[in-house]
Design a protein around this ligand. Sequence first.
Ligand SMILES: Cc1cc2nc3c(=O)[nH]c(=O)nc-3n(C[C@H](O)[C@H](O)[C@H](O)COP(=O)(O)O)c2cc1C
Length: 184
Amino acid sequence: MSILVGYASKHGATREIAERIAEVLTLAGQHAQARPVQKAGDLGGYEGFVIGSAAYLGHWRKDATAFVMSNRDLLSRRPVWLFSTGPLGTQDTDANGVDVRAAAEPKDIPGFREAIHPRDHHVFFGALDPGKLTFAEKTLRKLPAARAIMPEGDFRDWAEIEDWARSIGQQLTQVDAGPAAAAP
Ligand SMILES: Cc1cc2nc3c(=O)[nH]c(=O)nc-3n(C[C@H](O)[C@H](O)[C@H](O)COP(=O)(O)O)c2cc1C
C-alpha cells in the first residue's frame, strides 16, 4: 500500500523518527514515504497515513494541526496512525508516579480523535540539542520551571519506534488483505 509518513519537526528529531518509520514500513513491504506535511502534495494516491509532530508548549506544530484538520474528510476514511515527539528524559513515570507519556499528550489529540478516528496515537520521547535552539527557546529554558523538564540529550528510543512502525506494517497487511482474506 502507498503510505505517507507526514511530519512537522522544528529541530529535526521528529523528522528522523518519521524517516525511520518509513524505512521500517518499506522493509515490511509497503510503499512508504516520509515528507514534511506542508510538502505532502496530493493525498489522493495514499491508502494510509502516519502523521507526527513535535510537541511545543503542549501543542502540535501548527502546520501539522492544519494538515490534519484541513484533510479531515479524507483522513477519516483512511487508516491513520498519529505520533507526537515530546517529553525529554528517560523515566516513564515522574516523581509523583504520573505516566510521563500520558501527561505529555498534546492538547490537540482529543480533537483529532473526534475528527479522524486514528487507529492509535503514540507519544515518543524526543531530543533536545541546545545548539539548535532559538534565542527565545534558550531564554525559556533558563527559567527554573523549565530546567527540570527540558534536559539536554537524545531520548528517542529507536527500538520502541521500530516496534510501533512494525505493528503498523502488520495492521496494514490486514487492511490490504481485506475482510474476505480475514474470514476463516
Ligand atoms: C521551547 C520548547 C518547548 C517544548 N515544549 C514541549 C511540550 O510542551 N511537551 C513536550 O512533550 N515536549 C516539549 N518540548 C520538547 C520537544 O518536543 C522535543 O525536544 C522534540 O524532540 C522536538 O522535536 P523536533 O526536533 O522535531 O522539533 C519542548 C522543547 C522546547 C525546546
